[in-house]
Design a binder for this molecule. Sequence first.
Ligand SMILES: [Mg+2]
Length: 125
Amino acid sequence: MKILVVDDEQDVELLFRQKFRRELKKGLIELAFAFSGEEAMQVLASGEALDTVYIFSDINMPGMSGIELLEKVNQAYPEIKVCMISAYHDSEHYDQAIAAGARQFFSKPIDFTSIKEEIHKYLNI
Ligand SMILES: [Mg+2]
């Protein structure tokens, strides 16, 4: 299962690779990374992530925000489940994200237990 992670903080890539080491090793998931909303749209348009099942996107990014990305993805790739990641007490963005069709909202610092639950639910493990 392909997962695209979008965050302007580059160390998020290392975190995801560490936390999902087991799933990656077993070939249960593949991770791709983009460091802006614009880059995420390019990755999707390039066709190399056509079978992306999930996007986990930060909300606060320079340029295209995570909410804008969510709206664009919902329009162009409605089959992709988009989950948002933002600061814990970000209730304004929470409401916006849910209204715009986010599947889930995860808090920062990233709660990997909840993210794993979401992914494992999909993988049926
Ligand atoms: Mg950010």
